[in-house]
Structures are given as C-alpha cells and as structure tokens.
Design a protein around this ligand. Sequence first.
Ligand code: SF4
Length: 294
Amino acid sequence: MVYLRKPEWLKVEIGGLRYGKVGRVLDQYALNSVCEQAGCPNKSECFKSGTATFMLLGNHCTRNCTFCKVEHGLPQPADPDEPDKVAQAVAELGLRHVVVTSVTRDDLPDGGAGHFAATINSVRSHNPDTIIEVLIPDFQGNRQALQTVLDARPDILNHNVETVPELYNEIRPKAIFTRSIKLLQQTKEYVPGIFTKSGFMLGLGEEYTQVISLLKDLHIVGCDVVTIGQYLQPSLQHYPVKEYVHPDLFKKYKDIALGMGIPSVASGPLVRSSYHAEDDFKKFRHGRSAATAY
Ligand code: SF4
C-alpha cells in the first residue's frame, strides 16, 4: 500500500481531550458527540467556538463503513432521557443552530426515528429559537420512519451520500446509493418547504465524471446544501486515502455545483457535514449564496 504524505493544506491541530464548556456539558449530561467518535479534524475549532454535533443512540453502530472511526458492534440500549438531556445541553451552550445525528441502528424497528423525533420536540420546547438540523441514517428505506422524523419538523434534513455510487461496495457496503437519493427526494415530497442537505468525501478513488454525476443526482432531488470534504484515514485499519485532493479541484466542484443550481455549496479539504453549519445556513437562508471555499 502506498502511504500518501499529508499536504500542507491539511495540517491542522487535531484536539485530543474533551475540554472547555462543550466538553464539560457533554460530560455533565453523559452525551456523545460525533466530533469525538468520528475523529473530526475540526473538533478543536468547533469546541472552542462552543458547538458540537450530538450523536444519539449510543456510540456503537450496527454498520461497518470502511471509512468511519465510529465504533461498531453490539448497540447499547437507547437512553429514554437522552432527548431531554440534549435539549438542556443546547440551552446551556446557548446554541442558535444545533446538529443532531446518530449511529445507525438497524437493530431498532424504526431505526431510531422515534428517538430523533423526541429529541427534536424536546430541543424545540426548551429552545424555541434554535435552528434544528438532523443528520439521519437511511432507516433502511423505511418511509414511515422518515415521516416520523419529518413530522417533528426539523429545520434542516441532512443525509450524507458520503461517496459516489461506484464506491459503495467498498466504502459503505450496507448502504444503497439510490436509497439515499430517494430519501432526500421523499423528504422534499413530504415537506416541500424543508431544507435538505447532503455531503460526500473526496480522496477515496472517485473519478471526476462520477463526482459531476453525483452532483447532478443531488440537484435533481432538490438538495439545497451540499458539503464536500477530504477523506482522512482514521487508522491503518480503515480504507486508505487514494488522493489528497487539491483545494483548486474542491473550488472547481463548488463552481460546477453552483452552476447547476445547487443553492449552497461548502467545498474544501476541511469541510465536514456540520462544519460551519450555522454560518452556511444563515447565509443561504438570507438569500446570499453560501459559496465559500474553506
Ligand atoms: S453508518 Fe457508517 S458512517 Fe454512519 S456511524 Fe455507522 S459506520 Fe459510521
């Protein structure tokens, strides 16, 4: 295997321990963050700016995507108090925009949709002015589960396609690309006014034409916000980085996506699904294109 040296534009401080107010609040309410579980390179910056993405339903995922650092294995019982604890943590951190995600729970009949809905309702009742973004799994295509989440009226429905369909077998073997695209389409059909968001990584061996085709698929289903970031290998046991994509190519994909008519695109090596989510959404909602390259 060829070891690729990390380029200058990817050399960032990856913070270790929990710290600061965010760390204290996560500890106080015994909550998980995907920032920590997935080893996000932006964790230090986000924690310092007082935000984090809450991860529901334990920290053991029932799937085994080869790019993902989140632990896999026997899932933990859902904590019935978790929705209220997230709501209190949001209030304590004074979050104006919260992102809530979860591990994938294929073991639960509704995939955890009811728990998402309870969390949205609780966050909203404790924090009526907070924008609520949910980053959901595909619920194995269970439309009723999706509607359960949407009936709770999140402001943004986010579902990542993660990579191009040609790489699904290697990267996300338990996911189906068309199922993920259909979820975004069904979301707009069920709640036409909702904002939808999706994201994917580069550097996994995707080809230029495959990325363009993916952007077209996202545009066709009315995706409002697209995020594109560089894949970083969490450990030698994970899928290898095939390429450190140059920032110029990130910018090119962004311009092409905007040119297609996708309203908001964040594209850059350190972009992640909920990175700068609040800023992007604010710019987007106020009608200005959020076309900023990080
Ligand atoms: S579904 Fe895949 S990407 Fe999501 S937490 Fe599980 S292993 Fe990670």
